[in-house]
Design a binder for this molecule. Structure first.
Ligand code: ATP
Ligand code: MG
Length: 406
């Protein structure tokens, strides 16, 4: 082999060696790139997983709020809503623009107003039964809308709509009570004032002594009515305060209380030529405040006597035991109560219109007191009526409050 051939061979081997090295370097660079790609993919997947976990957590959180919740993006599109919001709006929410929602027309203006308002807002409003979530079964519902801006990661508006119906109803009841109470107090007071004016006229007392005495009698009756009203209202307020500690509870014989009640009502029973019966064993005892139980049985028996006339009027108090309760029934065979009036019977100041007559006096507070007193004793009361056949007030007393003395 010549020298030139040697040199050529060395050059060839050298070039082969460099090429092989180059290929190796390219291969390792490729491997590194692939690894970097794999790593970045893994990182992306992890980020996606973390993001979807955050969304799952967010969803779980807004669901747990237990109140309708929606999140509105800056463009007005709803990015998140919980199932309570779906029940209120009654249409698909996520991904929709608030201006394209259409089902709950009573609610939508409040949502749009909260969205365009800068900053936080709180607003209270009511919805009719039709626009309220079906499961609430209410004729009117009250809501408090509370909106605020959140900025994670973009500026969004969160809206929570709290159901404040119970509060609204309590306030409404209070307003009604004040209005009704004022009206009821005003009537006897106006009568008393009218008579006082007459009596104060010059010489009236001297010139018309007989009429003056009659006026005084009417004034006395109306003062009694005022006193009765105030006592009833005080009793309701005491019972409504829910202070069970006010009750003086002890074991007392049920029949004794009923016999006392019948004795107190004997003059009106005689006038109505009615029959009062009680078929309760002598040794049945109830645990409770006998003052309130006397009030309960008096109101129920007085109603049965007052609303009806004789001579075939029969009022009976019966009882029976079941595995969980001692059941007490106050029955009469009088005019009865129309079915449509039954749901309102225990409301304050409620009186059945059909039965209203100037002769039957009452304020409509008696049954309200009865119900409160019954509930303060963990008992339950309901009414059923077939006019002219049988009207029954049914009281269920838990057996923990009953004993048969032996
Ligand atoms: P108050 O008891 O305050 O003097 P009231 O008797 O009118 O007045 P409630 O005892 O609350 O009021 O009774 C409400 C209404 O229910 C009565 O006005 C009457 O119309 C009706 N009612 C109650 N019990 C009977 C009954 N046994 N039969 C027919 N109607 C009844
Ligand atoms: Mg009554």
């Amino acid at each position: 082999m010549t020298t030139i051939e040697h040199i050529l061979l060395i050059l060839l081997l050298a070039s082969l060696y460099f090429n092989w090295k180059l290929i190796q370097r390219i291969q390792s660079a490729l491997r590194a790139k692939k690894k970097a790609l794999r790593d970045s993919k893994r990182l992306m997947m992890r980020a996606e997983e973390a993001q979807s976990q955050t969304i799952v957590d967010k969803r779980r959180f807004i669901e747990a709020l237990g109140e309708p919740f929606i999140l509105i993006g800056p463009s007005g599109h709803i990015s998140m809503a919980n199932s309570h919001a779906l029940a209120l709006f009654r249409e698909k929410l996520e991904g929709r623009h608030i201006n394209t929602l259409s089902v709950n027309n009573e609610l939508l203006p409040f949502i749009r107003e909260a969205f365009v308002n800068h900053g936080s807002t709180t607003k209270e409003f009511t919805l009719s039964g039709e626009s309220s979530p079906q499961h609430l079964n209410s004729s009117i519902t009250a809501w408090q809308l509370d909106s605020a801006i959140v900025d994670s990661p973009i500026l969004e508006k969160r809206i929570i709509i709290r159901n404040v119906t119970q509060n609204y109803q309590t306030n409404q009841m209070r307003r009604d009570f004040v209005a009704n109470a004022s009206h009821e107090l005003r009537t006897p007071l106006t009568i008393i004032m009218g008579y006082i004016e007459n009596l104060m006229e010059d010489g009236f007392l001297k010139e018309q002594p007989e009429l003056s005495v009659k006026f005084l009698g009417t004034m006395f009756q109306n003062s009694q009515r005022l006193m009765h009203l105030i006592e009833d209202m005080l009793m309701i307020s005491k019972l409504e305060s829910g202070q069970k500690a006010l009750l003086k509870e002890e074991w007392f014989p049920l029949k004794e209380i009923i016999e006392d009640t019948f004795a107190r009502l004997d003059s009106i029973r005689e006038r109505k030529q009615a029959t009062l019966q009680c078929s309760i064993p002598q040794d049945w005892y109830i645990y409770g405040d006998s003052f309130y139980w006397a009030q309960i049985l008096f109101n129920l028996t007085e109603n049965a006597l007052k609303q009806n006339s004789g001579p075939n009027l029969k009022i009976s108090i019966e009882a029976e035991l079941s595995p969980e309760y001692c059941h007490l029934y106050v029955n009469d065979n009088g005019v009865g109560i129309p079915t449509e009036a039954i749901p309102y019977l225990f409301n304050r100041f409620y009186r059945v219109e059909k039965n209203l007559s100037s002769e039957i006096k009452g304020t409509g507070l008696g049954l309200s007191i009865v119900k409160h007193a019954i509930e303060a004793h963990d008992c339950h009361i309901s009414a059923t009526s077939t006019p002219h056949e049988k009207t029954t007030f049914h009281i269920s007393i838990p057996l923990s409050r009953f004993k048969e003395k032996n």
